[in-house]
Design a protein around this ligand. Structure first.
Ligand SMILES: *Cc1c(COP(=O)(O)O)cnc(C)c1O
Length: 447
């Protein structure tokens, strides 16, 4: 048995996969929030570079990965596919379980798969500075790492409550040369207005997005970067699923269950979408997205047009949503608390091609503990949802089945949440149906 399956570096994929031309129903277009007319590329130009806008709308099935991006990817790619045989034994599984280990990147998660090309395309178009927001800090880390590789300035608006609670992410971003502001900040009009109204405001992801977008729109040399949800992000993340296909081919295995946690949908989409053409042609491979019961976007949200952010600045996108002003409970998987999901992922969920499931955070931490005791590594709280999903899938799988899950990141900077779990201090949250219905009433009605 091979424990760790390595793809030789000269077999790293040289193209990303774009699922757009293969979607059974075309993606609903993003709409201008005022006119409800489809948005045009020039409306995105103040905040994104042309090459990424082109990818956002591309119908090309495969997109070349620039040499200079491959060069940075090779710092950690191809990432290993690992057989979790000790976990299999512990749960009495009849099937095989593998995990695709994206925690080996410099930032410790899958996010550099898109931060690197985003920094590269901006650099190529003469941009000098990138602005972004970060919640828990993983995306800020990934973008500051990527900016450091290409000599770009990186400005991160970090939700104040996380800025104060998670000092190590902040230090890591600073070490990569990034500048970090607690949001609300004095740097933007949005931030100053909020502070004038409420000096004690601890911020929110929606507010931090508004600050980063305003920063990009008001500085000529600056663009904005987003770490999930958008089509180009999903495209960049498909490198993981493409590598998994090559790695399974190497050992003569065929995936029957693909499992990933879902925050904005990028690591899950990147893993499963390269398998979409085969699934549409009749391959019975199952796609299983896993989300928190406290933020049950795919399992309980409504598929409709909504804003991407709380301040209602972004275009309207068709997705599963809990309502743009949904306030998530303070669960430890900070990366899984978004009210919506990537339109591409929602499209395939709406087609009935995925089987979404939701779990409580304590069940996920218990799965993480079993993983620690058997496979040895400490997963990010987000990743523990994928582990829980994989364990549940494996329990009912047969001897011919192969469960593959995406190990989206390590938890070495999330030790405080393990400390809370170890001391029995974690609580579970279930979102009341009434809250969902109330929030959905405030969604825009699109004719
Ligand atoms: C950001 C993050 C996620 C969630 O984001 P997706 O876009 O859904 O992939 C999951 N795991 C880790 C470790 C993350 O940093």
């Amino acid at each position: 048995m091979l424990k760790r399956i390595f793809l030789p570096q000269d077999r790293m994929p040289t193209q990303w996969y774009n699922p757009m031309p293969d979607l059974p129903t075309p993606l609903a277009p993003p709409l201008n929030p005022e006119t409800h007319k489809p948005i045009t590329p020039d409306m995105l130009a103040p905040i994104f570079p042309d090459s990424l806008i082109a990818q956002e709308m591309s119908q090309e099935r495969f997109i070349d990965i620039p040499e200079a991006v491959q060069d940075i990817y090779r710092l950690w790619r191809p990432s290993p596919l690992v057989r979790a045989d000790r976990l299999e034994k512990a749960i009495g599984a009849k099937c095989r379980i593998y995990y695709k280990d994206e925690s080996v990147s410099p930032a410790g998660s899958h996010k550099p798969n898109t931060s690197v090309p985003q920094a590269y395309y901006n650099k190529m178009e003469g941009v000098e500075r990138l602005a972004t927001e970060t919640g828990a800090g993983q995306w800020g880390t990934a973008l500051s790492f990527a900016c450091a590789q290409y000599g770009l300035e990186c400005v991160v608006y970090m939700v104040k409550v996380s800025y104060e609670q998670k000092p190590y992410r902040k230090m890591l971003i600073n070490s990569y040369g990034g500048t970090i502001f607690a949001s609300p900040s004095e740097q933007t009009r949005t931030g100053r207005e909020m502070l004038a109204r409420d000096p004690g405001c601890k911020g929110s992801l929606g507010l931090a997005i508004s600050e980063a977008v305003e920063d990009a729109a008001t500085h000529d040399n600056t663009k904005y970067a987003l770490g999930s949800v958008l089509n180009h992000v999903i495209i960049h993340q498909t490198i993981t699923g493409l590598e998994v296909q090559a790695q399974l081919d190497m050992i003569g295995e065929k995936a029957t269950h693909l499992v990933g946690c879902v925050g904005g949908g990028s690591n899950f989409g990147g893993l499963v979408l390269p398998f979409l053409p085969k699934k549409l042609a009749g391959d019975p491979v199952r796609f299983i997205p896993v989300e928190p019961r406290a933020c049950p976007t795919l399992t309980r949200g409504e598929y409709r047009y909504d804003y991407g952010d709380m301040a209602r600045l972004t275009p309207l996108v068709k997705m599963h949503t809990l309502g743009h002003d949904f306030m998530p409970a303070p669960i430890h998987a900070g990366g899984l608390r978004y009210h919506g999901d990537a339109p591409i992922v929602c499209n395939v969920v709406a087609e009935g091609l995925c089987e979404p499931v939701a779990y409580f955070q304590t069940e996920c931490f218990e799965a993480a503990r079993l993983f620690l005791e058997t496979e040895g590594f400490l997963p990010a709280p987000e990743t523990s949802h994928a582990i829980k999903g994989a364990i549940e899938a494996a329990k009912t799988a047969g001897p011919d089945d192969v469960v593959v899950f995406l190990y989206s990141g390590h938890g070495l900077l999330d030790l405080a949440s393990y400390d809370a779990f170890n001391h029995g201090l974690l609580t579970n949250f279930e979102l009341p149906q009434r809250d969902i219905e109330e929030a959905l009433k405030r969604c825009p009605v699109v004719e």
